[in-house]
Write a protein that binds this ligand. Sequence first.
Ligand code: ADP
Ligand code: GLC
Length: 481
Amino acid sequence: MKNILFVASEGVPFIKTGGLADVVGSLPKCINREYYDVRVILPKYMCIKPEMKEKMEYVTHFYMDFHWKNEYVGVLKAEVDGVKYYFIDNEMFFGGYGPYSNDALYEIEKFAFFSKAALSILPLINFRPDIIHCHDWQTGLIPVYLKERFQGNEFFRGIKSIMTIHNLKFQGKWSVKEVKEITGLPDYFFTSDKLESFKDANLLKGGIVYADAITTVSQTYAEEIKTEFYGEHLEGLLRAREHDLRGIVNGIDYDDFNPEKDKHIPFPYNAINFRKEKFKNKKALQQELGLEVDEKKMMIGIVSRLTDQKGFDLIAYIMDELCQDDVQIVVLGTGEERYENMFRHFDWKYNNKVSANIYYSEELSHKIYAASDAFLMPSLFEPCGLSQLMALRYGTVPIVRETGGLKDTVEPYNEFESKGTGFSFLNYNAHEMLRTIRYAERIYYDKKREWNKIIDRDMAADFSWKRSADRYTEMYDWLIG
Ligand code: ADP
Ligand code: GLC
C-alpha cells in the first residue's frame, strides 16, 4: 500500500470557493484504493457549514512553535465517501467569514501555520505518507519545510513532495524580512534561486523549487506558463524545471454532476432523451428568474468568479451589442465589484433578457448548467477550467477562448466535417468573441439538427477522473520508485 497525502486550502464537500475545491474533493475518491491510501488535510474553518462540522471528530491537540509564539493546533477527522480527512483547528487563523481575506500578510502567516501544522500532525495521526501532494501557494512551504527542519526527524526522511499549480497568478508574496520571521527559515533560503523573487519572498516559488515533481492542470497551461505572457515572472524557473513539470488535465465528479440524477434540477435528462427533456429546465429557469418564457430562445449561461482572469472585460465591451441579438444571458457569480455592477446594470437595462445573480449558489449553478443552450467562458488564461466540463456533461455547448485547459477540452465545431464539441476563438479580442457567439447563434437557430449533434458529442465526451487519476498514480509510482 502506498500512502499519499493531499494538503490544500479548500475541498468539497467541506469548503469551496473555486475549482481547486472540486479537484481536492473528487480526485482522491478516484484513485485506486487497493493500492493507494489517499488522505486529505484541510483547515478547519469556522465558516464550514454546521452539517459538515458535525461529521468531524476530535483526535488530539498540542502546541506548536510558530512565529515567536506557541500556537494551539487541534486535530479533527472525518470520513466521507471512503476518504479520510483531517482538519487543523486554530480559531485565530481559521475564524474568518470566508477561508481567505484581503490581508496578504495575514494570509501568508495563516498558511505558513497551516503548512507547518500539517507536517507536525503526521506522527500523531500515525500516517507516514510516501508522497505529500501540495496544491497552490498556500501549501508551497511544505516541500521547503520537508527538506529543511523536518529532515532531522527519522519519520520524515525520504518523504517525496509534489507541487500542483492550479493558478500561477496567486503566489503568496511578501517582504523577505517578514516572511523570514513568520516561517523561521534561515537566510540561506532567501536567495533568488530559492524563495526570493524580485526582492520579495514567494511561497509558491519555494514549493516549485523544492518539490520533487511539479504538475499543473492541463497540458496547454503547462506549456503556456513557460512563456512570459502566462509565466507570472516564474517562467524562467518553470523552464529550468521543465523535465519535472507535467500537465494533467482535471476531471469532474460524474456522480455530483449528472443530469440524470441531479437533485437540483427539476427535469432530469440524459444523452438519449435530452431533445425532449432538457428545454423544460430552461423554461423553469426562465420563470424562476423572471425572463421571457420561451423555450426557443437561446440561453447563454455564465457561472464564474467575476475576475479579469475569466475575460469579463471582453464581455463588458460587447454586452450592449450582444443584447440586440435574440438571446438570453444568465449570470451567476461574485467577485470584482466593477463586474458585479456591470451585470446588475445590464440586468436593469435588458430586464427580460439578462439575469444577474450576484451570489454563490451550488443549486442555481446546476440549474444554469442544465438549462442553458450555450456556456460562455472567454478566459484570458485558464489553467484548466471545470465549468466548461460541467457544461459538456449537461449538453450545454461551451463557447470559449483557446487557452489552457479550455483549448484541451473543447474541440472547435467544424460544420464541414460535423465535428467538435463547442465554439472557440483565439485572440483576446471582444469582437472576435462576439463573432464566435453569433456563429453559435446561427447554428442554434438555423441548423438545429447540427446543434443537437454537437450536444450528442458533448454528452458522449468523457471528462470523468478515470484517465487523469491514472496519470497521477503513474507519477506517484515513478516518484516512489
Ligand atoms: P476557478 O477555479 O478558476 O474559479 P473552475 O472553472 O475551475 O474555475 O471552477 C469553478 C467552480 O466554481 C465550478 O465548480 C463552478 O461551478 C463554481 N462556481 C463559481 N462561481 C460560482 C457561484 N457564484 N455559485 C456557485 N458555484 C460557482
Ligand atoms: C484554478 C484555475 C482553474 C482550475 C482550478 C482547478 O482555480 O483557475 O482553471 O480548473 O484551479 O484546478
